[in-house]
Write a protein that binds this ligand. Structure first.
Ligand code: HEC
Ligand code: HEC
Length: 254
């Protein structure tokens, strides 16, 4: 008992002395991800590896040695290079670093997306075994009941694509999420929420038709389960990496 406490105390002290390995909260990481998508994606890309020689998510830097260096560089930029100062607070910069440190992890495990996939094999899976093309279009080819995925490689990190496939209910990074709406008349409808404003909700139904619903007619609105089939266990790790590689390559109209 005492021994255990001593060990814990020792570990805590080592943590304090080394001080390099920070522990960040999930909220820090999530907020950092938002800042990253707004302020950094344009140059560094969704996967953090667009600037040559630098891979933010894998800790490949030219100058930074630790998290403190990163925070300083995010705030001040690197004068004389393409890295601008961002005028952000150190709290915010710290959240971005928290996000960078987990960029290639899903809930503490290493991402499959980090493995090397083969995009050609991925395309075969997308159109064949996965039946993804039944619902998703890529450059005009495919179904209409899911979002168009022609620009996924720009908009999503490989890890978001991985989560989208394995845990479709967890997040909707493309912004289209399935909702259920009950009208005042009692009629219920469900669709993908593609847009909303103060006065109305715009949904796309399973057939792909756009519906606009006046908010005055809405009694209740809430999330429903993803329309995506459950894919966990359907693909092995290599197949998943292949699918992710294929989608990560889709970068809009050339
Ligand atoms: C206008 C484009 C641009 C924007 C916006 C930008 N960066 Fe950079 N960043 C660069 C370039 C270019 C470099 C490489 C500089 C060099 O040549 O060393 C770089 C370098 C870095 C480095 C590497 C530092 C090192 O130690 O080598 C980090 C970390 C970094 N950026 C983080 C960020 C973060 C986080 C954001 C968003 C808050 C951001 N950058 C926004 C262009 C940009
Ligand atoms: C039955 C139709 C259907 C099938 C089959 C399907 N999807 Fe989806 N997918 C959707 C819909 C609808 C959404 C939008 C939100 C939701 O309902 O999850 C979506 C969302 C996505 C997203 C975006 C993430 C987001 O929600 O913002 C990706 C990436 C994706 N699907 C990839 C795939 C891949 C890869 C496959 C095949 C392995 C696949 N989908 C199969 C309907 C489908």
């Amino acid at each position: 008992m005492l021994m255990n406490r001593l060990v814990l105390l020792l570990l805590a002290l080592i943590g304090l002395v080394c001080g390099q390995e920070h522990s960040y909260t999930q909220a820090d990481i999530a907020a950092g991800g938002q800042f990253y998508r707004t302020n950094c994606v344009g140059c560094h890309g969704g996967d953090g590896a667009t600037v040559s020689g630098i891979d933010l998510g894998r800790g490949k830097f030219k100058i930074s040695k630790n998290d403190e260096d990163l925070v300083r560089i995010i705030i001040n930029g690197l004068p004389g290079t393409g890295m601008p100062s961002t005028n952000t607070s150190s709290a915010r910069a710290t959240m971005i670093v928290a996000y960078l440190r987990t960029m290639h992890e899903v809930k503490g495990r290493k991402s499959i997306a980090a493995a090397r996939g083969n995009a050609e094999r991925g395309q075969l899976l997308f159109e064949g075994k996965g039946e993804c093309a039944g619902c998703h279009r890529i450059f005009g080819k495919g179904g209409r009941s899911g979002p168009d995925l022609s620009d996924t490689g720009h908009l999503l990190r490989p890890i978001d694509i991985e989560t989208a496939i394995l845990d479709a209910d967890e997040q909707y990074p493309l912004g289209t999420r399935p909702v259920r709406v009950v009208r005042k008349s009692g009629a219920t409808l469900s669709g993908l929420l593609v847009n909303q404003d103060t006065y109305s909700l715009q949904l796309v139904d399973q057939e792909g038709s756009l519906l606009s619903i006046n908010r005055n007619d809405v009694k209740e609105e809430g999330p429903t389960r993803s329309w995506m089939p459950a894919y966990r266990g359907k693909f092995d790790a290599q197949e998943l990496a292949d699918l992710i590689a294929y989608l990560a390559k889709q970068k809009g109209v050339q």
